[in-house]
Design a protein around this ligand. Structure first.
Ligand code: SF4
Length: 160
């Protein structure tokens, strides 16, 4: 169960940059590339929540440790079958850029006349789950991690 307090925008971009030891320019770049959606507070200033900080931490891990490029992360986001998570009717899917294209996460598109048109992406389970580095594979394959066998039985092949 998600803790709604983690969604409360409270940090400035400068504070987030300090917390994560990343440049403000990098954070802005991730926003421009659609990896992150940002709330605007007073004076139209960007404000970030704890959930945003965790999302940025996941993005930094992917880039620095897993050597996945920004474009690579966009493509991974594009693989998330939002239509399965929101039970989107086939007629709407066939009209939807998130279903038809594979260049970026569903939240980067302007949605009209479909299940997402009136939804707030920043409050959506699909957007939130896409921030979890460890669970994104399950999100893409629409697998509930709770149903998986005990990981102790999953042995890494010695030759890989
Ligand atoms: S509401 Fe936004 S994040 Fe959720 S499925 Fe639709 S486009 Fe994706």
């Amino acid at each position: 169960m998600r803790n709604p307090s983690t969604d409360k925008p409270q940090y400035s971009i400068g504070t987030v940059a300090e917390i994560l030891n990343v440049s403000v320019e990098s954070i802005r770049l991730y926003e421009r590339k659609g990896l992150l959606l940002t709330a605007k507070g007073d004076h139209n200033r960007r404000t970030y929540s704890d959930a945003d900080v965790e999302r940025l931490r996941c993005i930094r891990t992917a880039i620095n440790e897993q050597k996945i490029s920004i474009e690579g992360i966009r493509r991974i986001h594009a693989l998330i079958p939002c239509w399965k998570h929101l039970d989107c009717p086939m007629k709407q899917r066939l009209q939807c850029p998130a279903y038809r294209r594979n260049i970026a996460g569903c939240w980067t598109y302007r949605h009209e006349g479909n299940v997402c048109a009136a939804r707030d992406c920043q409050a959506c389970i699909v957007y939130h789950l896409s921030a979890d580095c460890e669970r994104i594979k399950f999100l893409i394959h629409n697998i509930d991690p709770a149903t998986l066998a005990d990981p102790a039985h999953c042995h890494q092949r010695t030759d890989s």
